[in-house]
Design a protein. Structure first.
Length: 226
């Protein structure tokens, strides 16, 4: 039996409604899926940016920490250098005072003569030559002539050798020296300087480490003693 126009219209409307419903559901499904994918992608991007931000500030924090360590290290080194400088200045003052007191030695003629004799004998033993030239301060020439025979005798007793020593009366030691002598071979190639300043320098170089320890205590960072 053929459908009437009215029934046909109902079926068409029903089909349209069904298709429309399916279309709406499909649209809703697509929108839901799209929203889920959007939220997932948004979450991924947010997390990615969050990680980048955290890494950025972590690097900055490490840079700041490193800068602080460098600054603290520089400040510590500067402080140590100041302490070392102050200590060296203190030691230098003591050595300068010792140098100033050298002048008092030459004022005591008896003591200075004994020292001159020892200095000359020491030079003779170091050089161990048959003929030598001796230099001294012009003001010490008389004292040197007095003690020279005894110094030569000491050298001969220690080595069994003879030696001739001539005083250089044309080239004296500088007047600003405190005292002492200088001996050299006749050709001037070998020389031994035994002035009071030289002896003080030699002794001070040996005693400075001990002097530092006496004044400031043992250095905990020093592994070996000088």
């Amino acid at each position: 039996m053929a459908l009437s126009d009215q029934d046909l219209q109902k079926q068409i409307k029903h089909m349209i409604a069904f298709i429309d419903q399916e279309a709406r559901e499909k649209v809703d499904e697509i929108e839901t899926k799209a929203e889920e994918e959007f939220n997932i992608e948004k979450g991924r991007l947010v997390q990615q940016q969050r990680i980048k931000i955290m890494e950025y500030y972590e690097r900055k924090e490490k840079q700041v920490e490193l800068a602080k360590k460098i600054q603290n290290s520089n400040m510590l080194n500067a402080s140590r250098l100041k302490v070392l400088k102050a200590r060296e200045d203190h030691v230098s003052v003591l050595l300068d005072l010792a140098k100033e007191r050298l002048a008092s030695i030459t004022k005591d003629q008896s003591r200075y003569k004994s020292i001159l004799e020892g200095l000359i004998a020491q030079c003779l033993c170091q050089l161990n030559e048959k003929s030598l030239m001796l230099k001294c301060r012009k003001v010490d020439e008389g004292l040197v002539m007095e003690v020279l025979p005894a110094a030569v005798a000491t050298y001969k007793k220690l080595t069994g050798h003879e030696v001739t020593v001539k005083i250089d009366k044309e080239n004296y030691l500088p007047v600003d020296l405190t005292g002492g002598v200088e001996l050299q071979t006749l050709n001037g190639r070998i020389r031994v300087t035994n002035t009071l300043e030289k002896r003080l320098q030699s002794i001070s170089e040996q005693m400075v480490p001990e002097l530092r320890e006496t004044l400031f205590g043992k250095n905990p960072n020093r592994k070996f003693d000088d």
